[in-house]
Ligand binder design. Structure first.
Ligand code: SPV
Ligand code: MG
Length: 290
Protein backbone atom coordinates (compact mmCIF):
# COMPACT_ATOMS: atom_id res chain seq x y z
CA UNK A 1 0.00 0.00 0.00
CA UNK A 2 1.29 3.45 -0.90
CA UNK A 3 1.97 6.00 1.82
CA UNK A 4 -0.74 8.33 0.46
CA UNK A 5 -3.28 5.53 0.85
CA UNK A 6 -2.03 4.95 4.40
CA UNK A 7 -2.53 8.61 5.23
CA UNK A 8 -6.02 8.66 3.73
CA UNK A 9 -6.91 5.57 5.75
CA UNK A 10 -5.83 7.23 9.01
CA UNK A 11 -7.94 10.25 8.09
CA UNK A 12 -10.95 8.06 7.28
CA UNK A 13 -10.56 6.10 10.53
CA UNK A 14 -9.74 8.91 12.99
CA UNK A 15 -11.36 11.88 11.27
CA UNK A 16 -8.13 13.81 11.88
CA UNK A 17 -4.46 13.22 11.10
CA UNK A 18 -2.02 14.57 13.69
CA UNK A 19 1.41 15.24 12.20
CA UNK A 20 4.47 16.16 14.25
CA UNK A 21 7.29 18.19 12.77
CA UNK A 22 10.68 16.57 12.42
CA UNK A 23 14.07 17.58 11.06
CA UNK A 24 15.96 14.30 11.21
CA UNK A 25 15.29 10.57 11.14
CA UNK A 26 15.84 10.41 14.91
CA UNK A 27 13.26 13.13 15.62
CA UNK A 28 10.85 11.37 13.25
CA UNK A 29 11.38 8.11 15.17
CA UNK A 30 10.62 9.87 18.45
CA UNK A 31 7.44 11.30 16.92
CA UNK A 32 6.39 7.78 15.90
CA UNK A 33 7.20 6.48 19.39
CA UNK A 34 4.98 9.22 20.88
CA UNK A 35 2.08 8.00 18.75
CA UNK A 36 1.66 10.72 16.13
CA UNK A 37 0.00 9.66 12.88
CA UNK A 38 2.41 11.30 10.46
CA UNK A 39 5.59 13.33 10.09
CA UNK A 40 5.59 16.94 9.00
CA UNK A 41 8.78 17.30 6.93
CA UNK A 42 9.05 20.95 7.85
CA UNK A 43 11.14 23.35 5.79
CA UNK A 44 11.46 25.59 8.82
CA UNK A 45 12.83 22.76 11.00
CA UNK A 46 15.33 21.56 8.41
CA UNK A 47 16.51 25.11 7.66
CA UNK A 48 16.96 25.70 11.39
CA UNK A 49 18.84 22.43 11.72
CA UNK A 50 21.34 23.77 9.18
CA UNK A 51 21.45 27.04 11.14
CA UNK A 52 19.86 28.85 8.20
CA UNK A 53 16.76 31.00 7.76
CA UNK A 54 13.70 29.46 6.10
CA UNK A 55 13.91 31.55 2.91
CA UNK A 56 14.26 28.91 0.13
CA UNK A 57 17.98 28.40 0.75
CA UNK A 58 18.01 24.62 1.09
CA UNK A 59 18.09 22.62 -2.10
CA UNK A 60 15.34 20.26 -3.10
CA UNK A 61 17.83 17.40 -2.73
CA UNK A 62 18.63 18.30 0.88
CA UNK A 63 14.96 18.32 1.84
CA UNK A 64 14.08 15.31 -0.26
CA UNK A 65 16.86 13.14 1.17
CA UNK A 66 15.87 14.02 4.71
CA UNK A 67 12.21 13.41 3.97
CA UNK A 68 12.99 9.97 2.58
CA UNK A 69 15.15 9.06 5.59
CA UNK A 70 12.52 10.29 8.05
CA UNK A 71 9.85 8.16 6.39
CA UNK A 72 12.08 5.10 6.27
CA UNK A 73 13.22 5.28 9.88
CA UNK A 74 9.90 6.27 11.44
CA UNK A 75 7.61 4.10 9.32
CA UNK A 76 5.06 6.94 9.34
CA UNK A 77 3.53 8.64 6.32
CA UNK A 78 5.35 11.89 5.57
CA UNK A 79 3.63 15.16 4.77
CA UNK A 80 6.28 16.98 2.74
CA UNK A 81 6.53 20.74 2.98
CA UNK A 82 7.66 21.65 -0.54
CA UNK A 83 7.33 25.41 0.07
CA UNK A 84 6.54 27.11 -3.25
CA UNK A 85 7.27 23.98 -5.30
CA UNK A 86 10.82 25.20 -6.08
CA UNK A 87 9.71 27.64 -8.78
CA UNK A 88 6.88 27.69 -11.30
CA UNK A 89 4.55 24.91 -12.49
CA UNK A 90 7.37 23.30 -14.48
CA UNK A 91 9.49 23.02 -11.37
CA UNK A 92 6.46 21.54 -9.61
CA UNK A 93 6.20 18.77 -12.23
CA UNK A 94 9.71 17.62 -11.40
CA UNK A 95 9.46 18.17 -7.65
CA UNK A 96 6.24 16.19 -7.19
CA UNK A 97 7.59 13.32 -9.28
CA UNK A 98 10.68 13.22 -7.05
CA UNK A 99 8.78 13.52 -3.76
CA UNK A 100 6.35 10.78 -4.71
CA UNK A 101 9.24 8.51 -5.69
CA UNK A 102 10.92 9.26 -2.35
CA UNK A 103 7.81 8.02 -0.53
CA UNK A 104 5.88 11.19 0.36
CA UNK A 105 2.28 10.58 1.43
CA UNK A 106 1.33 14.21 0.89
CA UNK A 107 2.88 17.36 -0.49
CA UNK A 108 2.04 20.81 0.80
CA UNK A 109 2.64 23.67 -1.61
CA UNK A 110 2.11 27.33 -0.72
CA UNK A 111 0.91 30.24 -2.85
CA UNK A 112 3.84 32.55 -2.16
CA UNK A 113 6.37 33.50 -4.79
CA UNK A 114 9.80 31.87 -4.97
CA UNK A 115 12.00 32.56 -3.03
CA UNK A 116 9.67 32.58 -0.05
CA UNK A 117 10.10 34.14 3.38
CA UNK A 118 9.20 32.21 6.51
CA UNK A 119 5.57 32.85 7.48
CA UNK A 120 5.68 33.65 11.19
CA UNK A 121 8.33 36.38 11.10
CA UNK A 122 7.03 39.79 12.17
CA UNK A 123 6.80 42.17 9.22
CA UNK A 124 7.82 39.46 6.73
CA UNK A 125 7.78 40.13 2.97
CA UNK A 126 4.91 37.86 1.96
CA UNK A 127 4.61 38.07 -1.82
CA UNK A 128 1.89 35.91 -3.31
CA UNK A 129 1.51 34.47 -6.80
CA UNK A 130 -1.66 35.08 -8.83
CA UNK A 131 -4.53 32.66 -8.26
CA UNK A 132 -4.39 31.39 -11.86
CA UNK A 133 -0.66 30.76 -11.58
CA UNK A 134 -1.12 28.72 -8.42
CA UNK A 135 -4.00 26.78 -9.97
CA UNK A 136 -1.56 25.83 -12.75
CA UNK A 137 0.88 24.60 -10.12
CA UNK A 138 -1.82 22.46 -8.47
CA UNK A 139 -2.85 21.05 -11.84
CA UNK A 140 0.82 20.28 -12.59
CA UNK A 141 1.11 18.42 -9.28
CA UNK A 142 -2.04 16.43 -9.99
CA UNK A 143 -1.00 15.60 -13.53
CA UNK A 144 2.33 14.08 -12.52
CA UNK A 145 1.37 11.99 -9.49
CA UNK A 146 1.35 8.30 -10.30
CA UNK A 147 -0.65 7.28 -7.26
CA UNK A 148 -3.99 9.10 -7.16
CA UNK A 149 -3.86 8.74 -3.36
CA UNK A 150 -0.84 11.06 -3.06
CA UNK A 151 -2.46 13.91 -1.13
CA UNK A 152 -1.99 17.32 -2.73
CA UNK A 153 -2.42 20.06 -0.16
CA UNK A 154 -2.71 23.62 -1.39
CA UNK A 155 -1.65 26.14 1.23
CA UNK A 156 -2.84 29.69 1.17
CA UNK A 157 -0.85 32.41 2.82
CA UNK A 158 -3.54 35.04 2.31
CA UNK A 159 -4.08 35.52 6.06
CA UNK A 160 -0.33 35.56 6.69
CA UNK A 161 0.01 38.28 4.02
CA UNK A 162 -2.76 40.29 5.72
CA UNK A 163 -5.17 40.01 2.76
CA UNK A 164 -8.12 39.00 4.92
CA UNK A 165 -10.66 36.20 5.08
CA UNK A 166 -12.47 36.94 1.82
CA UNK A 167 -9.25 36.63 -0.17
CA UNK A 168 -8.29 33.48 1.77
CA UNK A 169 -11.68 31.91 1.02
CA UNK A 170 -11.53 32.96 -2.63
CA UNK A 171 -8.12 31.37 -3.01
CA UNK A 172 -9.13 28.23 -1.10
CA UNK A 173 -12.14 27.72 -3.39
CA UNK A 174 -10.02 28.31 -6.50
CA UNK A 175 -7.41 25.82 -5.33
CA UNK A 176 -10.03 23.17 -4.52
CA UNK A 177 -11.53 23.75 -7.98
CA UNK A 178 -8.07 23.16 -9.48
CA UNK A 179 -7.99 19.76 -7.80
CA UNK A 180 -6.32 20.20 -4.41
CA UNK A 181 -7.24 17.38 -2.02
CA UNK A 182 -6.98 19.61 1.03
CA UNK A 183 -6.52 23.30 1.85
CA UNK A 184 -3.97 24.43 4.41
CA UNK A 185 -4.72 27.87 5.77
CA UNK A 186 -2.01 29.48 7.88
CA UNK A 187 -2.33 32.32 10.37
CA UNK A 188 0.07 34.15 12.63
CA UNK A 189 -2.57 35.68 14.88
CA UNK A 190 -1.92 35.00 18.56
CA UNK A 191 -5.41 33.58 19.12
CA UNK A 192 -7.43 31.00 17.12
CA UNK A 193 -10.15 33.57 16.22
CA UNK A 194 -8.99 34.27 12.67
CA UNK A 195 -8.66 30.57 11.85
CA UNK A 196 -11.89 29.56 13.56
CA UNK A 197 -13.72 32.23 11.59
CA UNK A 198 -12.18 30.94 8.34
CA UNK A 199 -13.03 27.32 9.09
CA UNK A 200 -16.62 28.19 10.04
CA UNK A 201 -17.01 30.11 6.78
CA UNK A 202 -15.48 27.29 4.69
CA UNK A 203 -18.17 25.54 2.66
CA UNK A 204 -15.85 23.78 0.24
CA UNK A 205 -15.79 20.01 -0.23
CA UNK A 206 -12.19 19.31 0.78
CA UNK A 207 -10.91 19.24 4.39
CA UNK A 208 -8.78 21.94 5.98
CA UNK A 209 -5.25 21.63 7.37
CA UNK A 210 -4.02 23.82 10.24
CA UNK A 211 -0.64 24.68 11.78
CA UNK A 212 -1.52 26.28 15.13
CA UNK A 213 2.01 27.36 16.12
CA UNK A 214 1.10 31.01 16.69
CA UNK A 215 -2.16 30.22 18.49
CA UNK A 216 -1.32 27.33 20.83
CA UNK A 217 -4.70 27.50 22.57
CA UNK A 218 -5.98 25.44 19.62
CA UNK A 219 -6.09 21.97 21.15
CA UNK A 220 -6.99 18.72 19.40
CA UNK A 221 -10.41 18.81 21.11
CA UNK A 222 -11.06 22.35 19.83
CA UNK A 223 -9.99 21.37 16.32
CA UNK A 224 -12.34 18.38 16.36
CA UNK A 225 -15.22 20.63 17.35
CA UNK A 226 -14.71 22.57 14.13
CA UNK A 227 -15.47 19.35 12.21
CA UNK A 228 -13.90 20.44 8.90
CA UNK A 229 -10.22 19.97 9.80
CA UNK A 230 -8.53 16.83 8.45
CA UNK A 231 -4.87 17.53 9.16
CA UNK A 232 -3.38 19.12 12.24
CA UNK A 233 0.32 19.95 12.04
CA UNK A 234 2.42 20.63 15.12
CA UNK A 235 4.75 22.79 13.08
CA UNK A 236 8.10 23.20 14.80
CA UNK A 237 8.04 21.54 18.19
CA UNK A 238 10.84 19.06 17.49
CA UNK A 239 13.47 21.68 16.73
CA UNK A 240 12.29 23.99 19.50
CA UNK A 241 12.38 21.17 22.06
CA UNK A 242 15.88 20.25 20.85
CA UNK A 243 17.14 23.84 21.03
CA UNK A 244 15.75 24.30 24.55
CA UNK A 245 17.19 21.01 25.83
CA UNK A 246 20.65 21.52 24.29
CA UNK A 247 20.89 25.14 25.52
CA UNK A 248 20.09 24.11 29.11
CA UNK A 249 22.45 21.14 29.11
CA UNK A 250 25.40 22.96 27.50
CA UNK A 251 25.05 25.93 29.88
CA UNK A 252 24.97 23.63 32.90
CA UNK A 253 28.11 21.76 31.83
CA UNK A 254 29.94 25.07 31.39
CA UNK A 255 28.66 26.40 34.73
CA UNK A 256 29.30 23.25 36.77
CA UNK A 257 32.68 22.50 35.20
CA UNK A 258 31.78 18.98 34.08
CA UNK A 259 29.04 16.61 33.02
CA UNK A 260 28.36 15.19 36.49
CA UNK A 261 25.22 17.29 37.15
CA UNK A 262 23.40 16.74 33.88
CA UNK A 263 23.45 12.93 33.82
CA UNK A 264 20.04 12.49 35.45
CA UNK A 265 18.33 14.92 33.09
CA UNK A 266 19.47 13.70 29.68
CA UNK A 267 18.85 10.46 27.80
CA UNK A 268 21.14 7.61 28.76
CA UNK A 269 23.58 6.14 26.30
CA UNK A 270 21.53 2.93 26.42
CA UNK A 271 18.43 4.82 25.35
CA UNK A 272 20.30 6.10 22.31
CA UNK A 273 21.64 2.59 21.60
CA UNK A 274 18.02 1.38 21.62
CA UNK A 275 16.99 4.02 19.11
CA UNK A 276 19.95 3.05 16.94
CA UNK A 277 18.93 -0.61 16.99
CA UNK A 278 22.05 -1.90 18.71
CA UNK A 279 20.08 -4.90 20.02
CA UNK A 280 19.67 -6.12 16.48
CA UNK A 281 23.33 -5.44 15.71
CA UNK A 282 24.28 -7.79 18.56
CA UNK A 283 21.93 -10.51 17.29
CA UNK A 284 23.25 -10.11 13.74
CA UNK A 285 26.81 -10.36 14.97
CA UNK A 286 25.99 -13.74 16.52
CA UNK A 287 24.21 -14.92 13.40
CA UNK A 288 26.50 -13.72 10.64
CA UNK A 289 29.99 -12.89 11.88
CA UNK A 290 32.17 -15.96 11.67
C1 SPV B 1 7.24 24.82 8.33
O1 SPV B 1 7.24 24.20 9.39
O2 SPV B 1 8.19 24.81 7.55
C2 SPV B 1 6.05 25.57 7.94
C3 SPV B 1 5.17 26.08 8.99
O3 SPV B 1 5.87 25.81 6.77
S1 SPV B 1 5.66 27.71 9.34
O4 SPV B 1 7.07 27.72 9.63
O5 SPV B 1 4.84 28.17 10.46
O6 SPV B 1 5.38 28.51 8.14
MG1 MG C 1 7.57 25.55 5.61
Amino acid sequence: MGSGTKLRQVLAKNGLVEAMAAHSPLSAMLAAEAGFDAIWASGFELSAMYGLPDISLLSMTQHLDMMRAMGERSGLPVVADIDTGFGNALNVLYAVEQYERAGAAAIVMEDKSFPKVTSLIAGGRQDMVRIEEFQGKIEAARSVRRDPDLVIVARTEALIAGLGQDEALKRAHAYAAAGADMILVHSKQKTPDEIESFVKAWDGKVPIALVPTAYPQMTVARVRELKKVGLLIWGNHAIRAAVGAMRKTFARIRKDGGIHTVEADIATVDEVFDLQGMGRVKDDEKKFLR
